[in-house]
Design a protein around this ligand. Structure first.
Ligand code: C2E
Ligand code: CA
Ligand code: CA
Length: 543
């Protein structure tokens, strides 16, 4: 019974098989009918009463004899045909089953790396949750995101990126031999499921092992590149009792690992979730702040190190919050960036700064900060120009500060934007120099007017020999290219002197002034008839 049921289910799933079976049945019936006629003719079907001889009135004995021989031959062919058809159908069934199995496997696999895909991973995760519930066990979900992968695609092309992703998949597989499932869940995102079955209680050591496998360089043709990985780990059942909650919490831990400097792993803890929630709660507040025009510019002077006079002002955003008071950019710029609202914040601040500075005497230049996300906006140059036109501020008095990290996203779009800013008469400064990627390529290929050496090197200039050497090397390199340099974060006279002796052109830092509000700029730097004020004492206003 079971055999018939199985066959029927196989047939009913494939309509072409049913059609074939019907055709074969028709052929078989015809052959049987002919054989029956033949038997009848030879009287084999006659009984003792002379019954069943049905064809005699229609055809002569001789013809019927010839027809009979023909039928015999035909029916033998028919039999062979049926046997072949049977074998044929059986083979086709087998092949179809193989194809089905292969298609099923393909639909669960990431074609590039051969790892599981997201769909398969989700199914396994749900299965694992069920098993863990039955056995009262726990397991871990690791989410992983590559660090410094995007530049590889940008610099070496997507094929090179694919080569690296394959190597990454191999390394993860090697490092996590006892994982239940490893998947590539997105471009450079991976997920690993480590089960209770493996007997691990300390799931962190798997993350450490994976990180160790990322230490050797990756190879693309004859080039060697370094890639890191950040990981977030969520445990079942403590971090969530369904797949969705586990994914969300592992993602929160991953975000935290990235925020803490990347190339590390982070275990999910409830407090992290509230931090991320705070961030999403800030979104409507930022929107309201924009509507109420609460974002204002503060100004920090850029000083000529030789004369000690201010030559320009860097515009730094502050949020005059009705409840929290004055909020610094480190608290809201990253959130605004994540929510794609940083452009609006920057433009609100820029508009206010430009309309205030348009009539400054002396006409100090303004330096404005542009976020990485903004350099993806191909209309950025036009938007900045619109602000300048609206406020009447001359493009030649505007310096646009970009960071190296913003160049790795899409260097071609960024380059086009920078050239159009230059064509409009603005200047471009490379901010936080020394902390980003492939600085030398940028120095050679981009239309830069100024380099700002990152505060981290300047602050430790006196105490750390390494920093001193780096600053000296940067100054040598940049000045040999004919570009002026600005040292950020100067807090003491000694450091200012050393920098000046090393050939640095400009400085910025608490030694001269903290960022100050507009009224303070007007009081200190814009006194009628007076040249720009010299360096401020360290007791300057706090901002
Ligand atoms: P940044 O462009 O590197 O700005 C310099 C930061 O260093 C400022 O922090 C400034 O207050 C601080 N600083 C200056 N001199 C010293 C010093 O001597 N010692 C120390 N310890 N710090 C010093 P701030 O104002 O908190 O700004 C932080 C960052 O926020 C800025 O870094 C910039 O990247 C970003 N930012 C500020 N305003 C805007 C804006 O309007 N748009 C965008 N996209 N980013 C902004
Ligand atoms: Ca800056
Ligand atoms: Ca900076």
């Amino acid at each position: 019974m079971n055999i018939f049921a199985g066959m029927w289910s196989r047939f009913s799933r494939r309509p072409w098989l049913v059609r074939r079976a019907v055709a074969d049945a028709v052929v078989l019936t015809t052959i049987l009918a002919l054989v029956f006629a033949l038997l009848d003719y030879f009287g084999l079907l006659e009984n003792e009463h002379g019954g069943f001889h049905v064809l005699a009135p229609l055809i002569s004995h001789e013809k019927l004899s010839q027809l009979g021989s023909l039928m015999l031959v035909l029916s033998s062919f028919g039999m062979i045909f049926i046997a072949r058809r049977f074998v044929d159908i059986r083979n086709q069934l087998r092949q179809q089953n193989l194809r089905d199995a292969r298609a099923k496997a393909e639909s669960r696999r990431d074609p590039l790396t051969g790892l599981a895909n997201r769909r398969h991973f989700n199914e396994t995760l749900i299965e694992e949750i069920r098993a863990a519930d039955e056995n009262n066990a726990k397991f871990a979900l690791l989410l992983m995101d590559l660090d410094r992968f995007k530049p590889i695609n940008d610099v070496f092309g997507h094929e090179a990126g694919d080569v690296v992703l394959k190597q990454v998949a191999e390394r993860i597989s090697k490092a996590s031999t006892d994982a239940v499932c490893i998947a590539r869940t997105g471009g450079d995102e991976f997920a690993i499921l480590v089960s209770h079955k493996t007997g691990h209680t300390d799931f962190g050591h798997i993350a450490e092992k994976i990180l160790r496998h990322f230490e050797p360089v990756f190879e693309i043709d004859d080039k060697a590149v370094r890639i890191g990985a950040s990981m977030g780990i969520a445990f079942y059942p403590s971090a969530g009792d369904d797949a969705e909650a586990l994914f969300r919490h592992a993602d929160v831990a991953l975000y935290n690992a990235k925020r803490n400097g990347r190339n590390r792993y982070c275990l999910y803890a409830e407090e992290m979730d509230s931090a991320v929630r705070n961030m999403s709660e800030l979104a409507p507040d930022i929107k309201r702040g924009l509507r109420e025009s609460e974002f204002v510019p503060y100004f920090q002077p850029l000083v000529d190190l030789r004369s000690g006079r201010a030559v320009g002002m860097e515009v730094l955003a502050r949020w005059q919050h009705p409840v929290h008071g004055l909020v610094g950019p480190d608290r809201f710029i990253p959130v605004a960036e994540a929510l794609d609202m940083v452009g609006e914040v920057t433009f609100q601040v820029m508009r206010k700064a430009c309309s205030a500075a348009v009539n400054w005497k002396p006409p100090l230049f303004l330096a404005v900060n542009i976020s990485p996300g903004q350099l993806r906006d191909q209309w950025l140059a036009e938007r900045i120009l619109a602000v300048l036109t609206e406020t009447g501020f001359a493009p030649s008095r505007l310096e646009v500060e970009i960071t190296e990290n913003s160049l790795v996203e899409d260097i071609d779009v960024a380059r086009a934007i920078l050239y159009s800013l230059k064509n409009q008469g603005m200047r471009i400064a490379l901010d936080d120099f020394g902390t980003g990627y492939s600085s030398l390529i940028h120095l050679r290929d981009l239309p830069l007017d100024k380099i700002k050496i990152d505060r981290s090197f300047v602050t430790s200039l006196k105490t750390d020999i390494g920093s001193a050497k780096i600053v000296s090397a940067i100054l040598g390199l940049v000045t040999s290219l004919g570009l002026p340099t600005v040292a950020e974060g100067i807090e003491s006279e000694d450091v200012a002197r050393i920098l000046s002796e090393l050939g640095c052109s400009y400085g910025q830092g608490y030694l001269y002034s903290r960022p100050i509000p507009l009224e303070e700029v007007e009081k200190r730097y814009l006194n009628a008839g007076e040249e720009v004020a010299p360096a401020e004492p360290k007791t300057a206003l706090r901002a």
